[in-house]
Design a protein around this ligand. Sequence first.
Ligand SMILES: C[S@@+](CC[C@H](N)C(=O)[O-])C[C@H]1O[C@@H](n2cnc3c(N)ncnc32)[C@H](O)[C@@H]1O
Length: 304
Amino acid sequence: MNKKYSYYLLHKKIDSMAKFLNLDKITQGEKNSVAQIRSYFKINDWAYRHYHSQDGFMHFRISPNGFFSDNDVYYQPDTVSQYIKPGDVVMELGFGQGANLLYLAHCHPDARFIGVDLSPLKKNKVCPENVTTYQLDYSDLSQFEDNSVDVMYAFETIVHNTDKEKIYREVHRVLKPGGVIIVFDYALRARYETYDEKIQKAIALISKGGAAAMIESLEELNGHYANCGLTLEKSVDHTKEVLPDLKRLERKAAKVLERPWLAKMMFLFLPEQFVSNIILGYLGYDLGNAETGTYHEWIIRKPE
Ligand SMILES: C[S@@+](CC[C@H](N)C(=O)[O-])C[C@H]1O[C@@H](n2cnc3c(N)ncnc32)[C@H](O)[C@@H]1O
């Protein structure tokens, strides 16, 4: 679909939702404190399993051939896999339901895996012996020693946090010299202020809907790790390849948001962090297709 048409659709969707939802009320208020991030993932646990993956992968699928396939969920962990060597210490920031951690630990029985998340790993997960998980905020990794980790990875998690430099300072401290962090996340192509009022509203709704800090531009994100002494080895734009997954989620969200009476009832009776997640699904495809939102892979190194 033409990018200009998606831009037009975003305006139209904001206008139409504004007729039956108080969009200002949805975007106002406290955003993304650690307590809010934790409660968002608790409330949306079922939705992630139901709409993303029953195996517990919580990130978007990267579909290189343009068609959605369940197996595309392995793109991100398979990318990390290429950087793991026997004997390595590997740390996942924000392991979610643990699917990447358990998958990679099985693929690399000779490496040691550490997972860190605000929520504990579910009790029903069978954890391989080479995995240890910690329930903590990864902005403070003080229980881990300097220069102790070979490979780190973070999929769609740093976006939730306001102080990204605090995170990258810790990444720089615990990574061994020459160590690498692989990040997959979404961002804006240009700074928030450069967009018109309705696109700004769409960005604010998407940020709020996904319990993200206000989504930042590529330029801002690149500044954060660079300011902490980390260097970019490679950056890949995967926006087009996540569109099939975003389209799938948009169709499901439209079933609610294109029925004003249903949306109104849901906003009245269901938790706000559940229903505003549906708005994220409704707007995400057009934001990506309009080349306003972007989904990137970053390979970032601590210099030797
Ligand atoms: C969208 S989920 C992604 C989960 C996993 N990376 C995946 O791809 O399946 C984001 C996860 O990051 C975690 N998270 C966000 N901010 C965090 C923080 N500051 N410290 C620890 N975990 C955090 C959340 O609790 C959530 O489980």
